[in-house]
Design a binder for this molecule. Sequence first.
Ligand code: HEM
Length: 198
Amino acid sequence: MAAIFGSRQRTVIAGFVIAVLIVVVLHVTGAKMFTLDHSWSLFAMRWLHIMSGVMWIGLLWYFNFVQTPMMPKIQPPELAGGVTKFIAPQALWWFRWGALATVVTGLLLAAMTPGGYLVNALTLAQPQRAIGIGIWMALIMAFNVWFLIWPNQQKILGLVPATDAEKAKARPIAAYASRFNTMFSIGMLYCMAVQSHG
Ligand code: HEM
């Protein structure tokens, strides 16, 4: 057990090994045939896209439903330093790179889908209007992550030098951008799923 679960890297590798085993089992039992063609690479991109999206939105919801509401309740208050100095910077690293990976895999997924998909989606033309709305919402959210939340969180957490006045100004900007993204995430995910499954 410790050989795998004693290390995060080995745990993730084991996860991918299990995924490969699933592919093999599905293939040999005739449930889902595996052929290394464009259709499979399109599917693989969809899979990577969902995983990076889960990393991003999972952490967004962690910030909004767990970390931020709990911060003022931490007792004794000095313990909050553990969150701001260690947990939040690490969570923000996976959060912002997860956001970028989601955008890149999402755009590649759209570009790889035949039929002028990306142009149709971005111009909100049919039959890609639903995913187009979702993509624009997600792009606004990614902008918020990289250009509002991250620069202001760096000041709040003391990762870059900032005066008390600058920190006070940064707090509502980061907090409202994060809340805005939580608000948008619900409709955005509806659009992501409804395009193919609605
Ligand atoms: C700018 C960012 C994004 C782009 C360009 C993008 C693009 C796409 C595209 C093109 C699809 C395929 C739609 C179809 O079935 O035809 C898709 C599906 C999907 N996306 Fe995104 N997306 C983005 C952000 C996100 C985020 C933040 C999430 C969060 C989890 C997400 C989760 C999903 C899910 C769950 C699906 C459905 C997969 C399926 O059931 O087939 N996407 N996205």
